[in-house]
Design a protein around this ligand. Structure first.
Ligand code: GLN
Length: 551
C-alpha cells in the first residue's frame, strides 16, 4: 500500500462525494472581414433562441478599446453609451442583448481592454504577482478568462462576443483567451461562430467569398477552428455560397448560415432558427432541449413590418445628428411604443442648433409630439429650451429624457421672469441656477466619478399624470447625469405650469416633472429608453405616442 493512502481512505470514506459544479458552456462570437456587420445582433439572436428553449443564458461583450468603460467615449463617434442597472457605462451592444434576451445585465457583461489592463496593473503595483515578469500571456489572458468565467457562472450557456475583427493587433488577447478557455473546458463545452461579410460585386453580379475564406484562415492561424460561420450579405445569397464557404474553410455546410439584410432586426432570430443553426450550435454543446416557443417573435416581426393606417410624426430635437446610433435605445423605444399603439412611426431629427424662441413654432408645429433626449455640453442647448417652452405652451405632447427634463425646467422658469435661469453646466455663473451640481459632486464636474449612474428609486406623486402613465407609485429607472434640479426654485417651477411629480425617496432629488393642464408633458431625469423592450414598450414612451396620436 503506498504511503499515506490509508489515511486518505479514512478521510474520505463515509463522506458525501464532492458536489460537481455545473459546467457553463460557451458560445464564442467573433467577426471577420469587417466589423459592424451584425455580430452583436447574431449573438443576441442566438441567445434569444437558446432562452426560448428554456436555457439559462448570459452574455458578454469584449471590447478592444483601452478605455476602462464606455463612459468617456464620444457618442457621435461610438454611438450610445448604454447604462446597466448597476451603473456601468457600456457599449451599445449591451442594449441589443437586453432587448433580445429581455434581461437586465450588469457591468460584468461589458469587458473592455482598459478594465482588464487596469486590473492587472493594479495587481502588479500591489505586489500581487510576487516579483514575476507580468506579461500578456499568461497574466492579461488569465485576467480575461477570470472575467469571462465570472460573468457566465451559473448559466447553461454563456455567450461571449469579441468586438472588432479577428487579426486586429488590439484584439489578440481576447482571441487567445478564447483559445485557452476552449482547451480548459474541452470539446462539447464550447462552440464558436465567426460572422463574416460576403461582398456583392455589382458589375459581375457575384457574391465573393474570398475575403471570408481569408478571415477563417486568419482564425486558424491563431489556433481557432470555428464550428459555424454567419455569412452576412446585402443581397439574398444562393445556396452555392454555403458549399463554397464550406469547401474552402472546412466548416460543415450545416454550420453555415446565410444572413442577408433583414427588414427588421427582430427577424434575425427567426432566420437563424429556420436555418437550423441554433440546433447545430446546441449539438456542439451536447445540449438537448425542447422546441422553442417563437410565437412572440413571429408576432413582433409581423407588427414591425406590416404597416398601419395611421402614422405618428415625432420631432426629435437633438444635436449628435451624424450618428443615429447615439440615440439607439430612444429610437427602439419609440418604435416599440408605436407598434403597440398600432401606428407607423415617422421621426425627424431637428437640429437643436437651428431652433430658437422665434422659429420654434414654425419648425415644430407639424409634429404630433416632441422629444428631447439626453445630452451633454452647451451646444444646441437654447434650441432645446425653446422646443420645451413651445411644447408646454402649445400643449403639444412632450417627452423629456434626462437633459430633456432639465431644459423643460429651465425653459419654464424663464417664463416667470427669471430670464437668466440656466444650468450651471452651461452657464456656471448664472444668477438663477435652476439646475445645478449638488454639494457632494462639486469640483468633480470633469470626472467620471461625479455622475449619478444606474438604477435609482423614484416615488411618484399620487394622482399625477406620471402615476397614471406608470400605473405605479414607486419605480426604478436608470440614470446617467451630473446635474440636478434645484428645489430652491420649486415655487417658480410650479408657477410656470409644471408639477414635480417624482422625487427620490428622501425627497432631495427631482426625478420627474409634468405639465399641469397639459395632455402630455412628461420629463424624467432618468433614461427610461434603456428599460423599453421590443415586445413591451416603456410606459412613458407608450403614453407619449398615444397622446401624440390624439393631436
Ligand atoms: N448634461 C446633463 C447632466 O449631466 C444631462 C445628462 C444626460 O442627458 N444624460 O446632468
Amino acid at each position: 500500500m503506498p504511503k499515506g493512502s490509508s489515511s486518505l481512505v479514512s478521510k474520505t470514506v463515509g463522506k458525501k462525494p464532492p458536489k460537481i459544479k455545473k459546467q457553463t458552456k460557451y458560445l464564442f462570437v467573433t467577426g471577420g472581414v469587417l466589423s459592424g456587420v451584425g455580430k452583436g445582433i447574431t449573438a443576441a439572436s442566438l441567445g434569444a433562441l437558446f432562452k426560448a428553449r428554456g436555457l439559462k443564458v448570459t452574455i458578454q461583450k469584449c471590447d478592444q478599446y483601452l478605455n476602462v468603460d464606455a463612459g468617456t467615449l464620444n457618442p457621435a463617434e461610438h454611438g450610445e453609451c448604454f447604462v446597466t442597472n448597476d451603473g456601468a457605462e457600456t457599449d451599445l451592444d449591451l442594449g441589443h442583448y437586453e432587448r433580445f434576451l429581455d434581461v437586465e445585465l450588469t457591468g460584468k457583461s461589458s469587458l473592455m481592454t482598459g478594465r482588464v489592463m487596469k486590473k492587472v496593473i493594479d495587481k502588479e503595483r500591489a505586489g500581487g504577482y510576487l516579483g514575476k515578469t507580468v506579461q500578456v500571456v499568461p497574466h492579461v489572458v488569465d485576467a480575461i478568462i477570470e472575467e469571462i468565467e465570472e460573468c457566465g457562472r451559473g448559466s447553461d450557456v454563456h455567450i461571449v462576443e469579441v468586438g472588432g475583427t479577428v487579426g486586429d493587433i488590439e484584439g489578440l488577447h481576447f482571441i487567445e483567451a478564447i483559445r485557452e478557455l476552449e482547451l480548459r473546458v474541452g470539446r462539447g463545452n464550447y462552440t464558436h461562430i465567426h460572422v463574416v461579410y460576403i461582398p456583392f460585386l455589382g458589375t459581375s453580379k457575384e457574391l465573393k467569398t474570398k475575403p471570408a475564406q481569408h478571415a477563417v484562415l486568419e482564425l486558424r492561424r491563431i489556433g481557432l477552428l470555428p464550428d459555424m460561420i454567419g455569412a452576412r450579405t446585402e443581397v439574398d445569397a444562393p445556396m452555392k455560397v454555403i458549399d463554397k464557404l464550406s469547401l474552402f474553410t472546412g466548416v460543415s455546410p450545416e454550420g453555415i448560415v446565410l444572413l442577408p439584410n433583414a427588414d427588421t432586426v427582430y427577424r434575425v432570430p427567426l432566420t437563424l432558427e429556420q436555418s437550423g443553426i441554433a440546433e447545430y450550435a446546441l449539438s456542439k454543446l451536447n445540449i438537448k432541449t425542447k422546441t422553442p416557443e417563437l410565437s412572440p417573435w413571429k408576432n413582433l416581426v409581423k407588427k414591425a413590418t406590416q404597416g398601419f393606417d395611421k402614422t405618428v410624426k415625432i420631432g426629435i430635437v437633438a444635436k449628435y445628428l451624424d450618428n443615429e446610433d447615439t440615440y439607439f435605445s430612444v429610437i427602439e423605444a419609440l418604435k416599440s411604443a408605436a407598434r403597440t399603439n398600432n401606428t407607423n412611426l415617422q421621426f425627424t431629427w431637428v437640429d437643436a442648433e437651428n431652433v430658437n424662441v422665434n422659429n420654434s413654432s414654425d419648425l415644430l408645429k407639424s409634429y404630433d409630439g416632441i422629444l428631447v433626449p439626453g445630452g451633454f455640453g452647451k451646444r444646441g442647448i437654447e434650441g432645446k429650451i425653446a422646443a420645451a417652452q413651445y411644447a408646454l405652451k402649445s400643449k403639444k405632447p412632450y417627452l423629456g429624457l434626462c437633459l430633456g427634463l432639465q431644459v423643460a425646467v429651465i425653459g419654464a422658469v424663464r417664463t416667470t421672469g427669471l430670464n437668466d435661469a440656466n444650468s450651471t453646466e452651461f452657464e456656471p455663473k448664472t444668477s438663477d441656477p435652476v439646475v445645478y451640481i449638488m454639494e457632494a459632486q462639486r469640483g468633480k464636474e470633469g470626472t467620471g466619478g461625479s455622475m449619478r449612474l444606474g438604477g435609482y428609486e423614484c416615488v411618484i406623486k399620487p394622482s399625477s399624470l406620471s402615476q397614471r402613465v406608470y400605473g405605479a407609485n414607486k419605480i426604478i429607472e436608470r440614470h446617467r447625469h451630473r446635474y440636478e434640479v434645484n428645489q430652491a426654485y420649486k415655487s417658480q417651477i410650479e408657477e410656470a405650469g409644471l408639477l414635480i411629480s417624482g422625487l427620490s425617496p428622501d425627497g432631495t432629488l427631482v426625478e420627474m416633472i409634468e405639465g399641469k393642464d397639459h395632455p402630455y408633458f412628461l420629463a424624467t431625469q432618468a433614461h427610461p429608453e434603456f428599460l423599453s423592450r421590443p415586445m413591451r414598450p416603456h410606459p412613458l414612451f407608450y403614453g407619449f405616442i398615444k397622446a401624440s396620436l390624439k393631436t
